[in-house]
Design a protein around this ligand. Sequence first.
Ligand code: NAP
Length: 247
Amino acid sequence: MKFSGKNVLITGASRGIGAQIARTLADCGLKVWINYRSSAAQADELLKEIELNGKQGAVIKFDASDEKEFIEAISTIVEADGELSYLVNNAGITNDKLAIRMKTEEFMSVISANLTSSFIGSREALKTMSKKRFGSVVNIASIVGETGNAGQVNYSASKGGMIAMTKSFALEGAPRNVRFNTITPGFIETDMTNELKDEIKELYINKIPLKRFANPKEVASVVAFLLSDSASYITGETIKVNGGLYM
Ligand code: NAP
C-alpha cells in the first residue's frame, strides 16, 4: 500500500486495537505517534518493539477527552514533523449498566471519552490538514453504534454519534482533500472483550457467522487501507469489521 503522508497519531495506542494499528502502520513506513493516558509502560514497550523492527515512532501522553491536552499534542506533532498526515481516533471506554440505573454522569463520561474526544481530534486534524490540502482520519466506532445494545445506551450513543459525525466531517473535509471514514468493529480480542463472562462470549460466537472473535490485526489492516492512497476516493464511508454479525 502506498502512503503519500508521513506520520500518524493513534489515540489509545498503548493496548488492544490501537497498539496493533500502531504496529501495522509503522510496518507501512509511517512514523507512528503512540498516544496513551495511563498505560505508560505498555506504550514505551510498544515503541521499543517498533524501533527494534527498524521503524519510526514516538510516545505522546494525553487524555483524548481533554481539549487542551489534545490540541497541545497535535501542535507538538506538527512542530516536530512539519505536519500531521493521518489521525486514528481509537481511544474508547465502556461503562455498562441498564439505562434505568445509569446516572447522567455515567452517560456523559462515555460520550466525552468516545465521541467528544473524536470530535476534538477530527476538528484539530481538519484545521492542520487543510493547510496541506491532504489528510485522512479514521474513527473507530462499534457495531453497537449501528444496532444498539442493552446495557450500553451511553456507549452505543457515543458510537452512533461517531458514525454520523464522521459523515459531516467528510463533507466539510472533501473540498480540502481531507478524508474521514469510520470502522465499526464487532467483537475483537482485547482487554475490553476479555471482561465478558465466558457464557456471554459463547453466546455471541454462536451468533457470529464466522464463528469467532477477530484478531486486532483484522481491524488494523482496514485502517491502513482507509488511510492509504488505495482509498483516495473513499470518504464518509462506514466499514463493518464484524464477521458478518450485522450486515
Ligand atoms: P482497550 O483494550 O480497553 O484499550 C483502550 C485504549 O484506549 C487504551 O490504550 C487506553 O489507554 C485508551 N484510552 C481510553 N480512554 C482514553 C483517553 N481518554 N485518552 C487516551 N487514551 C484513552 O480497548 P480496545 O478493545 O482496544 O478498543 C479500542 C477502540 O475500539 C475503542 O474505541 C472501542 O470502543 C473500539 N471497539 C472495540 C471493540 C472490541 O471488541 N474490543 C469492538 C468495537 C469497538 P490507557 O490504558 O493508557 O488508559
